[in-house]
Unconditional design. Structure first.
Length: 364
């Protein structure tokens, strides 16, 4: 639990400490009263009935004091605007579920793509209200969907193509069914399109991925995020053709639609560009996403779950940094800033009822 207004809590508890200190340390004037003398008081106080009444009075007073202290503490905590309860996070996620678009800018037969898709196949099976989709450089492979089992099956099917391609490259003989599956899967994932006066860029792929969100031009009460895996540059250095979108276009589109962009930029391939990597880093930073240069060289070992450990660790960090909600009026809301006084207020109501009962018992 966190507090938005920590100063309110500090001030409230400081006042409590000050009042207790004054009550304990401040000298109280002695009341001068003439008491009526009673005979055999010691016998009276030794009676079981008297001891029982005195014990009941003491316990009731202690319970009343503890309950009053709890009511005061819950009032102070409520005034300090608590956030971050686990129950609040669950409630927030049910009201503002996440839309995740996987964006792959490299061949489907690359082992890294297979590990990436296997990771999100496992994730999809744990989702509740989230939607997930997959976009390649030229196709909407899996439209945004809440059918998590279907999405996971599709991801695993495409992930299996890397193994078939590896076996084929190693000279292993594939069956006709496997060859047909490899050709069909590659064709369903992406298409090769040649242009005369235009060349596809990474920014164009990101723009295509953003259009996969329903009504992507406007903000939504759902949280939106893109996870891009692929090359940092698609254009050869001597290619002077222009692309459609620039870095600023992508930043503006993401800001307008409230989309978080996360990037895993391959740094071990010929399509690596320092300038392109810096551009992707800037795009991720502007949308409050994560950027990781990824080089699987030297980490060829694949985990038992089908994802290389470094890649899995990077994706874990991305998933641990979920996007915020950008409301249509421009207000940004996250689970860490969403007020949730339900817990302290519920405690205060219950304790107040117990306090009423304790005071009734004390009066008797």
């Amino acid at each position: 639990m966190d507090l938005k207004w920590l100063g309110v809590a500090v001030a409230g508890f400081s006042c409590l400490v000050a009042v207790v200190a004054v009550a304990v340390l401040w000298p109280m004037p002695q009341a001068r009263r003439i008491l009526r003398p009673l005979a055999h008081v010691d016998r009276l106080t030794r009676l079981p009935e008297y001891a029982r009444v005195e014990r009941t009075r003491l316990v009731s007073a202690l319970i009343s004091g503890v309950l009053l202290l709890i009511v005061f503490c819950t009032a102070v905590l409520t005034g300090a605007r608590p956030v971050g309860f686990s129950s609040a996070t669950r409630n927030f996620e049910s009201l503002h579920p996440e839309d995740i678009m996987l964006c792959v800018g490299e061949p489907v037969t690359d082992p890294t793509t297979a590990g990436f898709l296997n990771y999100f196949a496992r994730q999809a099976r744990t989702f509740d209200a989230q939607r997930i989709g997959l976009t390649s450089p030229s196709l909407r492979v899996v439209p945004l969907t809440r059918d998590h089992e279907l999405a996971a099956d599709r991801f695993e099917r495409f992930a299996a193509l890397a193994g078939l391609q590896r076996d084929l490259n190693a000279g292993k003989k594939l069956t006709d069914t496997q060859l047909a599956e490899l050709r069909t899967g590659i064709g369903e994932f992406s298409r090769t399109v040649e242009y005369l006066d235009y060349v596809r860029s990474v920014e164009d792929i990101l723009a295509l991925c953003m259009t996969g969100f329903p009504s992507f031009e406007d903000r939504s009460t759902r949280r939106r995020s893109i996870v891009y895996l692929g090359f940092s540059a698609l254009q050869a250095p001597d290619d002077k053709r222009k692309s459609l979108f620039s870095e600023q276009h992508i930043k503006d589109m993401a800001a307008r639609a409230g989309i978080q962009i996360n990037v895993l930029s391959r740094s071990d391939v010929l399509q690596w560009s320092e300038q392109g990597s810096d551009t992707l880093d800037a795009i991720a930073g502007a949308s409050e996403g994560k950027f990781f240069p990824y080089n699987p060289a030297g980490t060829a070992t694949t985990g038992s779950d089908g994802t290389e450990p470094t890649l899995a660790a990077n994706l874990d960090q991305i998933r641990a940094n979920p996007p915020n909600v950008v409301l249509p009026n421009g207000v940004m809301v996250s689970s860490r800033t969403w007020d949730y006084p339900n817990v302290p207020l519920s405690v205060a109501v219950v304790v107040s009822l117990l306090l009423c009962i304790a005071l009734a018992v004390l009066r008797r």
